[in-house]
Ligand binder design. Structure first.
Ligand SMILES: [Zn+2]
Length: 91
């Protein structure tokens, strides 16, 4: 799989970086998979993930970016936003 290095989200380009996230990121269970920084339009994905998991985490973090860019995240609790993103990543 060719990993995308940028994704267009709500008309804006977001960078996608594949990095070692052991220094911080979003915890899924005990594993750090990805994070999303709306201010810098940057999504970071744990580089050791396989293709399927990489796709899932990109979907998940893209939804965080959408909610952030649209302003919807302002009216959601962290738990509500996370539940939406988990739903979106699921097939
Ligand atoms: Zn999340």
């Amino acid at each position: 799989m060719k990993k995308p290095e940028k994704i267009r989200i709500l008309g804006q380009w977001a960078k996608v970086q594949y990095v070692d996230l052991t220094k911080g990121g979003e915890a899924v269970g005990e594993v750090l998979y990805g994070d999303c920084d709306v201010a810098t339009r940057t999504i970071r994905i744990e580089k050791s993930l396989d293709d399927n998991l990489t796709k899932r985490v990109i979907k998940h973090e893209t939804m965080h970016m959408k909610l952030g860019l649209s302003g919807l995240s302002e009216i959601l609790t962290d738990e509500q936003e996370e539940a939406i993103c988990v739903l979106v990543e699921s097939d």
